[in-house]
Design a protein around this ligand. Structure first.
Ligand code: CA
Length: 701
């Protein structure tokens, strides 16, 4: 392997020269992971979140093919010491496989044998959970030089030694640890570690920043939304953006967080990144009007300076949580007889966008799911025309297709230059939006301005069944030139895993139901599957050592579909989290232990003794503060406690001690005293008892 790496390095010397000499005459072998290596990854390695800078997640390895994938077997596995959603893509360099897990831990393995080399735990305080929209997840590490970089849920950027896992430096990089979290994978470009943050459901002002890989020193920072004009604007881009806002948007941050996609294009020296939703979701809650730049956009900045170069807004006047933070892939396509270097992007809003990668010029946008929030796309500018009914703050509630979870979210896509297809993990799921009346911001929990009671799943069995029937997943192989699907695989549930495509004519994807599946890349024919015992949401990757090709994926159900929409996750198999890394090769003979038996939970609530007014008041508060962790309509997924089952339903003092006094803070259940009074806790209890009795009656039918 090493020889192969060196051979490639020699071929790349003109590109790599400055990196190889900038470290004071370091030899090629000492340089570790360089820009040149990431730009042109050795075929057996996987060096950055999306494999290389272009983020195609396509591997040229051909040992495992559509003809022999049936012989794929488990080579080794490692059970993890966290039981929450696993979203990371492993990286492989020089025989070592690096992963991050829930709670931002990092582990390094011998990639051939699975022997654990080292493990790092940043000891993220568990009460950080209340600041995180979507579980204690982490999507991966970055490799550069001799270091491994990870962003932690509580907002630190940490550099570790690749050989030992020892901390080289660690720095809090978020503006505050109340409203900002990090779940995304850093990328490293020319010695600069790039990372943004999450937080657009709180009071965050989005940004991306670059830090020196050797010291952690901040080198540049680009905000995605303007701050208070009275403080002066940081640059012309902020001044221009401020004209697209109204009200006092800065008091609630404005959103636009850079929580996932960061793509470096070596051919243009641009860093492209996707921005999150505008905050708060309901524009009337902050007097917001207009397009709210640069939220729900792709923005390009100069990699050396962080200076604005271009932007393309995919969702104008966002009020639907339509993040554009989804993975950005670079590709070279022949469009209309012309060779174009393009961006391929499929954000939450349900369209595949093709843009010129150098200028951001619009090429095409095509819906890949049913879309009703927009009535069309301007063929010249690419700007969507908003359906007036979708402006829910001006009228009645609106059920949008797609909804807040997105037609496509962080689950990575893959582009195969061999088939010319973009493989998309798609969610089919609407979402009801209703503006809260007399809404006021508080200091804890989601700050969306929505009425969580109106938008929660009704207890009515028929309505629930209809909503579940319409909530599914699809694996779509999209032809970005023909602007249509080449093939599709319908899946019973949303939130399936990210995608890997290979030169062996294969596409790999895990499912919410817990199967790891291989399809033919050209036709979508299912060729192989493996029962992994827990839902898979992460993306697979592949690597080779000593002439053998391996395929690896993180297993572990969780993330937003589990914690916030548990009621829908129950569609697939009954969900639970078994967190592990599984690695396959042809003829692999390892086997997983039998899964522990599934606990049977029987609803046995006390009788409802509250008033309808108490239950409604409790339901409104539950919708605002509780459902993001404990599940829509009080039906939890497999990760957090299902409150319909809590023994404390009978004990108002116990509920108060948890909700108001923070008795379970060590578990991550912090005090909500800043927003809730003791009688509020009591009303939430009445709501939970009502919901438990409703569902008990449904189960008895
Ligand atoms: Ca969001």
């Amino acid at each position: 392997m090493r020889l192969k790496v060196l051979g490639l390095m020699a071929a790349l010397l003109p590109l790599a020269a400055c990196n190889l000499t900038s470290g004071g005459g370091a030899s090629v072998a000492d340089a570790g992971v360089t820009d040149a290596l990431i730009a042109q990854v050795p075929e057996g390695e996987w060096l950055s979140y999306g494999r290389d800078y272009g983020e195609q997640r396509f591997s040229p390895l051909t040992q495992i093919t559509d003809a022999n994938v049936g012989q794929l077997g488990l080579a080794w596995f490692h059970d993890l010491d966290t039981a929450r959603g696993q979203e990371a893509t492993p990286l492989m360099h020089d025989g070592t496989l690096y992963i991050s897990t829930a709670w931002s831990m990092v582990k390094a393995f011998d990639a051939k044998t699975g022997a654990l080399k080292w493990s790092y735990d940043p000891e993220v305080p568990r009460e950080t959970l209340v600041r995180a929209c979507c579980d204690a997840v982490n999507r991966g590490v970055a490799l550069y030089g001799d270091k491994v970089f990870v962003g932690t849920l509580d907002g630190r950027l940490v550099a570790l030694d690749q050989k030992t896992g020892k901390v080289a430096w660690s720095k809090v990089v978020v503006p505050n640890q109340q409203d900002y979290t990090i779940t995304g994978a850093p990328r490293v470009v020319k010695g600069k570690v790039l990372i943004g943050s999450g937080g657009s459901e709180y009071k965050a002002r989005g940004y991306i920043a670059a830090y020196d890989a050797n010291s952690g020193k901040e080198l540049w920072k680009f905000h995605t939304v303007p701050g208070n004009p009275a403080d002066g604007f940081e640059n012309k881009a902020m001044e221009a953006a401020a004209k697209t806002w109204a009200g006092e948007w800065w008091t609630l941050g404005g959103g636009g967080t850079v929580w996932d996609a960061i793509t470096y294009d070596p051919t243009t020296n641009l860093v492209l990144f996707g921005t999150g939703n505008a905050e708060p979701w309901n524009p009337a809650a902050s007097g917001r009007e207009g397009d709210s730049l640069y939220t729900s956009s792709i923005v390009a900045v100069n990699a050396d300076t962080g200076e604005y170069v271009w932007h393309f807004q995919e969702t104008p006047e966002d009020r639907w949580d339509f993040d554009s933070a989804q993975q950005i892939t670079l590709a070279d396509l022949n469009i209309g007889g012309q060779q174009r270097h393009v961006v391929l992007h499929a954000p939450k809003n349900g369209h595949v966008y093709v843009l010129d990668a150098k200028t951001g010029q619009f090429i095409s946008a095509t819906p890949f799911v049913m879309v009703n929030w927009a009535t069309g796309i301007d063929p010249v500018t690419g700007k969507a025309t908003v359906n007036p009914a979708a402006r829910y703050e001006k009228g009645a509630p609106f059920v949008s297709l797609p909804g807040a979870v997105g037609a496509h979210s962080w689950q990575p896509q893959s582009f195969s230059p061999k088939t010319g297809l973009l493989y998309l993990p798609v969610n089919n799921a609407g979402f009801p939006y209703a503006a809260a009346k007399d809404w006021k911001a508080t200091d804890i929990g989601f700050q969306t301005g929505l009425d969580g009671y109106v938008t929660s799943m009704p207890a009515d069995a028929a309505a629930r069944a209809a909503a579940m029937k319409a909530t599914t997943g699809t694996l779509v192989a999209w032809d970005p030139v023909a602007k249509k699907a080449a093939w599709k695989v319908e899946l019973p549930s949303p939130s399936n895993g990210g995608i890997l495509s290979t030169a062996g004519n294969l596409v790999f994807q895990g499912t919410a139901g817990g199967d790891f599946v291989a399809y033919s890349a050209d036709k979508g024919k299912q060729l192989w599957s493996f029962p992994a015992q827990s839902g898979i949401i992460a993306a697979p990757m592949t690597y080779a050592i000593d002439g053998e090709q391996y395929v690896a994926v993180m297993v572990g159900w969780g993330g937003v579909w589990d914690v916030a929409t548990g009621v829908l996750a129950h569609k697939a198999k009954k969900q639970r989290n078994i967190s592990r890394l599984v690695v396959f090769k042809l003829g692999g003979k390892s086997a997983l232990p039998a899964p522990p038996p599934m606990a049977q939970m029987v609803l046995d609530p006390p009788p409802f003794t509250g008033t309808p007014e108490q239950a409604k008041a409790g339901g409104e508060l539950y919708g605002r503060y509780c459902n993001v962790c404990h599940g829509d309509a009080a039906v939890a997924g497999g990760v957090n406690p299902d409150l319909r089952h809590t023994a404390a339903l009978n004990a108002p003092e116990a509920i108060r001690s948890v909700v108001i006094e923070g008795a379970l803070q060590h578990n991550g259940m912090v005090s909500f005293k800043s927003a809730l009074k003791p009688e509020d806790a009591d009303n939430i209890r009445h709501y939970l008892i009502k919901r438990a009795n409703e569902d008990k009656a449904l189960e008895a039918r």
